[in-house]
Ligand binder design. Sequence first.
Ligand SMILES: [Fe+2]
Length: 402
Amino acid sequence: MNSDQDYIELFEHYEPVCIDLAPGVLTDLSAEFLLSEDKPVVTFVTGGNSLTKSGARADMTNMVLHYEFESRLVCDIPAEPDLDDVARIIDALKQSKCSEVVAIGGGSVLDAAKAAWAAYQTGLDVTELFGSGRISEKFPGKEFKRIIAIPTTAGTGSEVTPYANIVDRAAGVKRLIADRQIVPRMALIDPYYGRSMSNSLTAATALDALTHNIEALLNTGSPETKFATNSNAVYAVRLIRDNLPLVFRDPNDVNARERLCAAATIGGMMIADRPTSLPHLGSFSFYGQVPHGIAASMLLPPFWRYYLAEKAVAERTMLLADVFPSKAKQKTPEDVVNAAAAFIAKYAGAPKLSALPCFDAAMVDRIAADAVKNPMKLASAPRPVSPDNAAEIISGILKKEL
Ligand SMILES: [Fe+2]
């Protein structure tokens, strides 16, 4: 993958989700509903002000008025939604006898809608969905309806992933639902919706996408699949490196925004098959304090350096040597990580996590303690970390680098 338009072809061939990335793509939704035999009863799940600012609200309202289908709106789903937010969506689904769920917003909105639609259809409590493959396990052979995702930020890739992150406030942690039954069936991506994002939100979301692609690339334990290839990951990282600076200079550069959207969706395709590990695991401990993409990307260099002891990781790292070049004649994997770290620091707005105003030393111990509770992510680390010594190893890595 090298050409700027290669992502169009990649998305056309992606079987798990029907992806359309283009300005004005919301009209595809009208076509989808007009083609259905029965008039759909649609629940739109959205965030707050950003929906209006992005222009998505006007598009949605025009469409509903024009095609006169029954609809209900659940709005103001916040960043990092919790079980109460999901319960609010489930209540609305019950009241409307909903047949279609359309989520319009950032990854948080998409995740909350995915969790609610799955809980509503299965009759299970959301907490019963936490973990890997719970729905598929409880309902073997059954296929549930899946949401239509309209992402308005370019970061999580939730529009193509089998994941939903939901905060469990009682337990004080962010918990993960991972199940192929919650992969959206359609992803309609309009790069125009990103124009209203501030530079700091653009950076946080793009750095999240960057981290997904790099973590998946480094996940030497998960083989390449048809779409989650090393070359696609490198291609997506290059798209971010080239286009994030352009969007910073001109937030209305829709061509550059489209490429950031493409990189984020490729990131979702990558982590759907080759999950993230320690940087994302560590980022969960920062919820509510540091934007997810900033936390995950700033944790990437320390863990990446730790992974480099594995020969296979060092080799994968060199695939990014042209994307993150250095002046050294004989480039080493360390040079690549240092150049990537400099790019991340520039757009995250801080040289390292400990430079963020909210950082305190106790955070390192909290990350280490929380990590032990997540064996799924520990298992995807390319340099083995057993739950028995994870706290010690993780706090050692972070104390050295932060
Ligand atoms: Fe992420």
